[in-house]
Design a protein. Structure first.
Length: 62
């Protein structure tokens, strides 16, 4: 779980740096990179949360 937290912090920093570099240089490729990182990070987080939810549901005895 610690590795996922570290990866989440690195993702936020990378997206922030991408937006900052875009603001300073005006090159759209940094903005596109930031949005791509953000999109894949959110997709990964949703999949992870879904798996954690399914794990909790599977542990409830019927």
């Amino acid at each position: 779980m610690y590795i996922l937290r570290i990866l989440a912090v690195l993702l936020v920093v990378a997206v922030g740096v991408g937006f900052l570099v875009y603001a300073l240089t005006g090159e759209r490729r940094y903005l596109q990179l930031s949005f791509r990182l953000l999109k894949y990070g959110l997709i990964f987080a949703l999949i992870l949360f879904a798996l954690l939810f399914l794990e909790r549901v599977a542990l409830i005895p019927l």
